[in-house]
Design a protein around this ligand. Structure first.
Ligand SMILES: O=C(O)C(=O)C[C@H](O)[C@H](O)COP(=O)(O)O
Length: 213
């Protein structure tokens, strides 16, 4: 099977329209995965990105995929092997910090809609040449923040973005106000301490506040 970049972008764009914030999750303990996803979805954040940065990540994706109303994707996709593992675990989309031809091909082969990362006009233009017009702007704050993304939108208005990396409740509104931003990614809605303490009501409240941004 080969998923076209155009179709992949349409699918990730639809996901990014579900809520203003996509939680970026680092799951250490698979036992927390399902209640964490339930709290975030209940709070109004249905699209979830589980980073492949911990040994528990793939099992966490498997668990979270059972949660009604959730859309669980895999983040930190770097290699074709990551893509195959994410797909096998049940991820319905992928997110990568950047993009390589091998990664793009693996996502097409696995039918995994990818939100590929770009930080500069040239990177965005290369992805546009492939057919991707829904991108992750990463690392958002370090790469110039909302002013940089606004500037990229001048010559490249056909590309829409999900800025991620250093986004927080204070600066999120300045991104979300841009015409070329559909949503933003952020880890603050699932603080490690609250997850460890199993404070699901607290996390649901954070999600509600983020959903209202
Ligand atoms: O691992 C990945 O693929 C990523 O997507 C990196 C994330 O963008 C950051 O982890 C966002 O984290 P915060 O800056 O804490 O919101």
């Amino acid at each position: 099977m080969t998923l076209s970049p155009q179709t992949a972008s349409q699918m990730t764009r639809d996901l990014c329209r579900l809520a203003p914030i996509v939680p970026v999750l680092v799951v250490d303990d698979v036992a927390t995965a399902r209640p964490l996803a339930e709290a975030l979805v209940a709070g109004g954040l249905p699209a979830l990105e589980v980073t492949l940065r911990t040994p528990a990540a793939l099992d966490a994706i498997r668990e979270m995929s059972q949660v009604t109303g959730g859309h669980v994707g895999a983040g930190t996709l770097v290699t074709p092997a990551d893509v195959r593992a994410a797909k096998a675990a049940g991820a319905t989309f992928g997110v990568s910090p950047g993009a390589t031809p091998a990664l793009l091909q693996a996502c097409a082969d696995e039918d995994l809609p990818l939100l590929p990362g770009a930080a500069t006009a040239t990177e965005a233009m290369k992805l546009l040449e492939y057919g991707f017009d829904m991108l992750k702007f990463f690392p958002a704050e370090a790469a110039g923040g909302a002013p940089a993304l606004k500037s990229i939108g001048g010559p490249l208005p056909q590309i829409t973005f999900c800025p991620t990396g250093g986004v927080n409740p204070q600066n999120a509104p300045s991104y979300l106000a841009l015409e070329n931003v559909l949503c933003a990614g952020g880890s603050w809605v699932a603080p490690q301490k609250m997850v460890a303490a199993e404070d699901w009501a607290g996390i649901e409240a954070l999600a509600k506040a983020a959903a209202a941004l």
